[in-house]
Design a protein around this ligand. Structure first.
Ligand code: 5RP
Length: 262
């Protein structure tokens, strides 16, 4: 019998925590319904197994959950770097590039990912796509000042930008900005689009996570968890500055990936 999507999210989350979180680590906490299960499991490592962990949260919502579970939640400025971050995603392509931000935390998620040695993404298999943008709109976080003009510039990149609303008013991120959900359809040249979007005045961050992930754990509807891994090694960041290579055009998307059981 096929498992429901919540069970799949929980399976991927618990597997990731078991595989990647070790005693003494600094751990980044993702945001969303899948990351929530990971935070629960991390809480159990501390309350039941006596682990000593430091945590950095990608949203106020995740920070609150973590504190309720007795986890030590620190500011990013108070840690040297993050050993592992476990986070969800809205779409994952075969090269482990992502769209994130349907939960509204893309800015902090990207900053935390940049300070992280091993970024682990947990998803159910409904999030896998051949081409990013096939299923979901691309969230773009913008400053409130002049946001209508920023939206017009986004539209000129070939999308339909829709201001995200909550309870009848614009949704405001933890950092005090708005989000436009930009329906581009399939994004054939994600690095090119990222550069174009980031060059628009008023754009704070976009939901494309390109070349930012070391592992993706996927819970399949048949009830098993498998992973995409990238043959790439990074050194531990000394500070919160990304150690990743800056990317230009799409031709850089050449790392080798393989699927393995966990
Ligand atoms: C929040 C995110 C989430 O990780 C993403 O939206 C996935 O959420 P869920 O696990 O609830 O499907 O990017 O900004």
């Amino acid at each position: 019998m096929a498992l429901d999507v919540s069970e799949l999210k929980k399976m991927a989350a618990e597997e990731a925590v078991e595989l990647y979180v070790k005693d003494g680590m600094t751990v980044g906490l993702g945001t969303g319904s899948t990351a929530r299960y990971a935070i629960d499991a991390i809480g159990r490592l501390v309350s039941e197994d006596g682990y000593h962990l430091k945590c950095v949260a990608t949203s106020e919502q995740s920070a609150e959950q973590a504190r309720r579970l007795g986890l030590e939640v620190l500011e990013l400025a108070d840690v040297k770097g993050i050993d592992v971050t476990i986070d969800g995603a809205d779409e994952v392509d075969p090269s482990m590039n992502l769209i994130k931000g349907l939960g509204g935390a893309l800015l902090r998620e990207k900053i935390v990912a940049a300070a992280t040695l091993t970024e682990v993404i947990i998803v159910d298999d409904s999030k896998l796509v051949d081409v990013l943008g096939s299923k979901v709109s691309l969230p773009v976080e913008v400053v409130r000042f002049g946001h209508e003009h920023t939206a017009y510039a986004l539209k000129r990149q070939g999308c339909t930008p829709v201001l995200r609303m909550k309870d009848g008013a614009p949704f405001v991120t933890d950092t005090g900005n708005y989000i436009y959900d930009c329906a581009f359809g399939p994004i054939e040249r994600p690095y090119f689009l990222e550069t174009a979007i980031d060059s628009i005045p008023g754009v704070v961050e976009n939901g494309l996570f390109l070349n930012r992930v070391e592992e993706v754990l996927v819970a399949g509807s048949e009830g098993s968890v498998y992973r995409f891994s990238e043959r790439r090694h990074r050194s531990r960041p000394d500070s919160c500055t990304s150690s990743r290579t800056p990317f230009g055009p799409d031709v850089h998307n050449v790392s080798s990936f393989y699927r393995t059981s966990v």
